[in-house]
Design a protein around this ligand. Structure first.
Ligand code: TPP
Length: 270
């Protein structure tokens, strides 16, 4: 059953707290990058992708690639909430000899389709999968989540050229457009605007949404199109924790004990 918006809000808050807690506990960075895309991942994993423990290794499953691999905490926390990844494994993330590292790696982990972290490669990997599905007449879809800074990479635009040429209507690219990169505002580091027009000019079906609005995200994800789809999701880096929102220091900082407590109060109300 698809959860309603208030249930999704609750799930997203719990997932955000789990991310903050893991960052504090195991000193995992890129916290704000993870918080930015939680609502997008919730819309995907709780509403549209139809992925569960039962079908996660099914050859017909829909594929998802977190191309902005540094936001690994968000992916793993959602997989955990979905019952696909165990809490024990996740608790060890980033520690010595742990199976889970600070970027997604397949390593036999169900739910990770591609090792990412070196920005700019996820879309090409995803379109290869989408092309394979088309050639083999399979009906699965492929969704790739990119960051805005990642769109500085030429390889993203090579992939953007390729997908419409091959009519990959089973491919969706989502850009988590939080307007920040590692070292500053995206607009100042490398202006992407007009971003939607660029994807449109490359031949994609484009829509822009509030990346924290579940209904808008779900509508965009469910839209049928004869073209590959690009969803420009406007987001806030650090979303959900007031003192992290739109503060790029949280790209690298990890929360101290008192900051964890503050975040818990805000997210869980206790
Ligand atoms: C090819 C490559 N170059 C550099 C990095 C180091 N790096 C990690 S995150 C990041 C940029 C973060 O900004 P953005 O990609 O927009 O993602 P956000 O964290 O804002 O969601 C960079 C340059 C990388 N992971 N891969």
């Amino acid at each position: 059953m698809v959860p309603n918006n208030s249930v999704l809000l609750q799930l997203a808050a719990q997932i955000r707290y789990r991310i903050v807690e893991l960052s504090h506990r195991n000193h995992i960075t890129h916290l704000a990058s993870s918080l930015s895309c939680v609502d997008i991942l919730c819309a995907l994993y709780f509403e549209t992708l139809n992925l569960s423990l039962e079908n996660i290794n099914d050859p017909q499953r829909n594929r998802f690639i977190l191309s902005k691999g540094h936001a690994v905490l968000a992916l793993y926390a959602v997989l955990e909430k979905r019952g696909i990844l165990s809490a024990d494994l996740l608790n060890e993330i980033g520690t010595n000899n742990a199976l889970l590292g600070e970027h997604p790696s397949m390593n036999g982990i169900a739910g990770v389709e591609w090792a990412t972290g070196s920005l700019g490669h996820g879309l090409s990997a995803g379109l290869g999968m989408a092309l394979a599905a088309k050639i083999q007449k399979q009906s699965y879809t492929v969704t790739v989540l990119l960051s805005d800074g990642e769109c500085n990479e030429g390889s993203v635009w090579e992939a953007a050229l390729f997908a419409p040429k091959h009519g990959l209507k089973n491919l969706t690219a989502i850009v988590d457009y939080n307007k920040w990169q590692a070292t500053g505002r995206s607009q100042e580091v490398m202006s992407l605007e007009p971003l939607a027009e660029k994807w449109h000019a490359f031949g994609w079906n484009v829509c822009e949404v509030d990346g924290h609005d579940f209904s808008a995200l779900t509508d965009a994800l469910n839209q049928e199109s004869p073209l590959p789809k690009a969803i420009i999701a406007h987001t806030v880096k650090g979303k959900g924790v007031s003192f992290m929102e739109d503060d790029n220091n949280w790209h690298y900082r990890v929360p101290k004990k008192d900051e964890l407590e503050k975040a818990r109060l805000e997210l869980l109300g206790k």
